[in-house]
Design a protein around this ligand. Sequence first.
Ligand code: DC
Length: 681
Amino acid sequence: MTKLPHLDLPPLRAAAGTVRLPGSKSISNRVLLLAGLSQGTTRVRDLLDSDDTRVMLDALRALGCGLQTQADGALAVTGLGGCLSQHQADLFLGNAGTAMRPLAAALALLAALQGGHFTLRGVPRMHERPIADLVDALRQLGCDIAYLGNDGYPPLQLRGQAGGALQTWREIRVRGDVSSQFLTALLLALPLACADADSGPVVIAVDGELISKPYVDITLQLLARFGIAVERQGFERFTIPAGSRYRTPGVIHVEADASSASYFIALGAIAASAQAPIVIEGLGLDSIQGDIRFVEAARAMGADVQGTPGRLTVHRGAWPLRAITLDCNAIPDAAMTLAVMALYASGTTRLTNIASWRVKETDRIAAMAAELRKLGATVTEGADFIAVTAPKVWHAASIHTYDDHRIAMCLSLAAFNPLMAAAGSEVPVRILDPQCVAKTYPDYFEALFSVAQAAASDIPVITIDGPTASGKGTLAGEVAARLGWHQLDSGLLYRATALAAQRGGVAPDDEAGLARVASGLALRFDGERVLMRDAEGVEQDVAAELRLEQVGGMASRISSWPAVRGALEALQLGFRRLPGLVADGRDMGTVIFPAAPLKVFLTASPAMRAERRHKQLISKGISANIDDLRADLEARDERDRNRLIAPLKPAQEALLLDNSGLTIEQSVDLVLGWWSQRGPF
Ligand code: DC
């Protein structure tokens, strides 16, 4: 996949439709670890596929767990049964706190009891995220843990001799006021230390007020599913009974991620009508995830949220939204979405008790304050709070995302500013490094675009017209990939019409018959494949056939029929979808998208084009004569240029690009340069 430097969101005006969310990160990584420690095989359904779960899976694989994807998509995890098979491993855990903390605890205990030598490391930011409270707790048990970098932070080295013992008779104290993940890590791992009936129970006592309590609830519920019944007194003391052993539940389902749901709940509250709400599938109000309580906060701001098991339906209630003051300690991740909802509220929204934001993927208080201010909001911040007042005037902002998925996702909702801004002052929003969403929600933007609506005229189009073999397709494809936009290869539609007509026995001079074929085209694009459905409903990949010279020749001939061109117009306009379109052909700038903000007319000398086409054919194993090719493409130029309807010619304001002496990269950079001069960023 091309790395996108940024993704520009045009002003968005409404949202409606259904999204199916990916699995919960918190549940996924806890379930994976528990399955990895259990005896037997656990089938995990609807597991999240993201950066953070991938590092956990890599770690489990390195430790000798069996991992197998099944026909129904479930992942079968065969666990270690509490017994190390690999005693040495160097594990890279990215920026996944949900992998680093519990694996550190489990491997420190296993190394201490069974012998081992493990190192755990991550990305530079992971090496800035504190872990001392967990390490101190594990050291009380007698675990041998060394800091390989700065004291108090990963990377860690865990060591132990076989036949070791742990001091489990003493109550283990852990701080609860920096991150609840330290307590979670101990709860997940300590059953390893009391598997023997004669080892006695293990008691954990929490120092300080435990934060993010709902995450500890998830941990306790999942432990129960794996056969560990933790006894607790409030959130102060937890006892793991002697003889606790991880037992696989056989099959376990991961519910959709409640933090990810917050973006779509907010979206419904901001931009969906009661008649056409946002429907979120895979999550209900009965969720075990603490962030489901975001629903209450969203309702307080005005959202209308209805829940049935496994589904939420959301639309706008109060408008503008109502500002709130809320203690967000229980919903730290989803609370970031409230800070963005504040852009659509009257008054000042104050989110308090969120000190943990400062030690997450980035310092989230500082980051959110800086980015919200760029949009025009008034923001005050303190050690553990943020207060946000909506912009009076919205600014087109380039949002820095700090390698933090949640910043990218929640701030994308600022693109709905047309719903608040005065008419004519709507702005696009640029999200830098948008692919950081892969940490928990790789398809976030696709999901957003599938339900967000923009005015067609706000969806940018770059047209690239030019003669045959000028390299339009390649240039358009590259430009589209670099911008994260869709591509329309309009020549392909004429070729598909030609191919379908040939197959259906429709003559090249039967204008009405050809137009019927064109309007009945059933095409589906899937990467390199072009799937064409025939009259019997059978789909076939026709990508290779469409490229044949003879099909191109017929396409050129039939494209001079007005009825054919008319029949393909609606199909072509339909490609103008969020977040943008690069369209290439002959008349993209002159006829189909006459108002496109950037039009390029691409040329190259006939000799150069013949040479390129020749190389292309040879590389595909098709023999060709260069002189014939040149004669053929000159004839085709002639026909495309001189036809009465939509002749090939540069649009009036088109920028000419002769790429005879340019590499593809040079042409791409030139077009992207022209594009960036036109935008506000
Ligand atoms: O770009 P191409 O070679 O795939 O296009 C095949 C033919 O389709 C081309 O010779 C003319 C016609 N065409 C057209 O008339 N208008 C377009 N926008 C694209 C292609």
